[in-house]
Design a binder for this molecule. Structure first.
Ligand SMILES: Nc1nc2c(ncn2[C@@H]2O[C@H](COP(=O)(O)OP(=O)(O)O)[C@@H](O)[C@H]2O)c(=O)[nH]1
Ligand SMILES: [Mg+2]
Length: 300
């Protein structure tokens, strides 16, 4: 089977600093990071993971739109599920330059944080898994021992950082707009606004998602994934990439395990199948159960 990748260009409508609004598929608009390109209003741009990566001329853009329309017609007619042949991997277009650029910036963030003696933690997990509740518990227990700063990543709103700020620690919100993850560039910008010599711990709550954040290291010392038993028995085996990158996995809402008929020990075994070195901790973050063990796992 041949799988073709087609990148659909967007048309730049309005430029605000490093960002632009752009139109695609006739009536939809998107926010694009144009820091990699020198674009002007009216240009057509190929976008990958929110970054404009290449300017294309109008003729090429129109040809691509025509192909895209034909593909959509084909999809309308299709009612079967296409599966890869044995050993075949679907070609999901991910520009290696973007990922490499992110890794370079993550390394910069990492050395900057280390130079200032700041220990940093990237907290990932689905929406509602309990990331903010866990953070509230962690900052409550650790704030007398360490100077803590919390960065909150969300598509929009400051609800989570407001919850954490109530515990008397400094916070900063990063709104990603439409992006499903934080990236090292956003963290770099946030670090410019923090006096790193005045803090000892930096917690970063990533955008609620189990797929995208895995691909975008931020430069934090440790990566923590929070998964709750209410997400069902298959969340871990379905997302091997992100669990493969986690130093610590927090299995939360264990108070609901029986009701959900999910065996936390089975989830622990799933993590260790993917990542034998990952530490696994069971918590009920709402009631504060298991928080000491998380703190030990983080060596704090
Ligand atoms: N029963 C139970 N509820 C929890 C637990 N941890 C978090 N919650 C609840 O789950 C919901 C989502 O939690 P939140 O921390 O906002 O999740 P986030 O989206 O990952 O930051 C809130 O209503 C929390 O009170 C837990 O261990 N047990
Ligand atoms: Mg949250």
């Amino acid at each position: 089977m041949v799988i073709m990748c087609i990148a659909i260009p967007v048309k730049i409508l309005k430029i605000i600093d490093n960002y632009a609004t752009a139109s695609f598929e006739k009536s939809k608009t998107a926010l694009v990071d144009i820091s990699l390109l020198d674009v002007k209003v009216g240009d057509y741009v190929i976008v990958n993971n929110g970054y404009g990566i290449r300017i294309v001329d109008e003729e090429e853009a129109k040809e691509t739109f025509e192909i895209w329309e034909q593909i959509q017609e084909m999809y309308k007619m299709r009612d079967e599920i296409i599966e890869p042949d044995e050993g075949e991997v679907f070609d999901i277009e991910l520009d290696e330059n973007i990922l490499q650029r992110n890794r370079d910036l993550a390394n910069e963030n990492d050395s900057r944080l280390r130079k200032s003696g700041v220990k940093s933690f990237d907290i990932m997990g689905s929406i509602g898994s309990g990331k903010t509740t866990l953070l509230e518990r962690l900052v409550t227990q650790l704030k007398d021992k360490y100077k803590i700063f919390v960065l909150g990543g969300d598509i929009t709103t400051t609800i989570d950082v407001d919850r954490i700020a109530k515990h008397g620690v400094n916070t900063l919100q990063i709104n990603t707009g439409k992006e499903c993850h934080l990236d090292a560039n956003l963290i770099k910008k946030a670090l410019n606004r923090i006096n790193l010599n005045e803090i000892q711990l930096l917690f970063i709550e990533n955008v609620g998602n189990l797929i995208c954040p895995g691909e975008f290291p931020l430069g934090a010392d440790r990566r923590i994934v929070v998964v709750s038993v209410t997400e069902g028995p298959y969340m871990i085996i379905k997302h091997p990439y992100i669990f493969g990158t986690a130093d610590t996995v927090v299995i939360n809402k264990i108070d609901l395990a029986k009701i959900m008929q999910v065996d936390p020990e089975k989830l622990r075994a799933d993590v260790h199948k993917i990542n034998p070195h990952s530490k696994v901790v069971f918590t009920n973050a709402r009631e504060g159960v298991g928080i000491e063990t998380v703190i030990e796992a983080l060596k704090l």
